[in-house]
Design a protein around this ligand. Sequence first.
Ligand SMILES: Cc1ncc(COP(=O)(O)O)c(C=O)c1O
Length: 428
Amino acid sequence: MFGFKLNPVATKTGGTSKVSGRPIYLDMQATTPMDPRVLDRMLPFLTEQYGNPHSRTHAYGWEAEGAVDEARQHVADLIGANEKDIVFTSGATESNNMIIKGIAKFHQSKRKHIITTQTEHKCVLDSCRYLQSQGFEVTYLPVLPNGLVSLSELRAALRPDTSLVSIMAVNNEIGVIQPLKEISETLKSWAKENGVPKPYFHTDAAQAVGKIPINVDEMGIDVMSISAHKIYGPKGIGAAYVRRRPRVRLEPLIHGGGQERGLRSGTVPAPLVVGLGEACRIAKREMAADHARVSELSQRLIDGITKNVAEIVRNGDPKGYPGCVNLSFAYVEGESLLMALKDIALSSGSACTSASLEPSYVLRALGAAEDMAHSSLRFGIGRFTTEAEIDLVVERITQVVTRLREMSPLWEMVQEGIDISKIEWSQH
Ligand SMILES: Cc1ncc(COP(=O)(O)O)c(C=O)c1O
């Protein structure tokens, strides 16, 4: 038997985060703990089955290749794809870069326009910004106040020289689920009406695959990005779905041995790939049960907090992914809130931008007031979160928000019935 057992205290309640006094982990959008079953599958490929999957001349290579093939099939099965359309990468950041820059570059002689949204992950936005510096044109679509894209605005932004439309599946800050099928249908019907080639449809599904059903054929997805560490797999591995029929043409970013259909050279890391495959196999089997549990815990958290604390806003469409709950606490400063909640591992905004004190660009794109964007917390619930952990979080949030508000002069004024929006503040 390989692998480790969950901490006995944690297994009693089913959780992983309350281990030996460490904070409760509610930051599942940043990363998830690896499922012990995934580690069990990986370990032999880190020890005795260490062959290079591209070695064709001996058993070490063959067994690693066999394991990589099997993993590729598991990834494909989870998203309704053909296994030949799966390209292994180091994660969703690389997949997004490879797809966005690769498609743009391949089509640059005739089509130099790309459409994305203002609420994408930084790695999509920065890939697009890089392309702008190279002479491409990018439209950053705004979103509606609930975080969804407007299909009519998308249609209006399409141009005959649009090569790619990149719209994420589930937002990492607010959990909003974009209407992928409707988006692809919009692209198809627009292209038909205008007698021009349909732009490729890419979705960054790092927060969606394994959490909600995704089927590339039914949803008309041409290219997609996947990350293992968001679905209880290892860090440093992911995949790009690149449709072959009809074929998506893109220029590779990494050149070398020609692995992965020549799209991503470099030795395929068999242990990590096996981990991604196992994470996908488990996700396919357990997605419905995970989703039901996460939904219950999410409701328990929201009900618990709203019962005890007034003046809270839930950011994003309430029909989004339930494992991502983004709440703004009026009259409380987000950073003070986080500092006071050291016993809970949470994020204000996205983990990748939390080094900066800028209010979240995603919340601002929804039209959230600056102070509400500043006072937001993201609660990320996952497969191993327990009811006991949620109850403790509700208790701590209640205590901390109440205490911070008691110290807030603004809150005092609100309690006295003063409409602070009407106050004219003087500058000194
Ligand atoms: C929506 C989204 N896209 C891309 C990424 C980057 O994924 P990775 O860490 O696999 O590069 C993340 C992770 O933060 C994400 O949430």
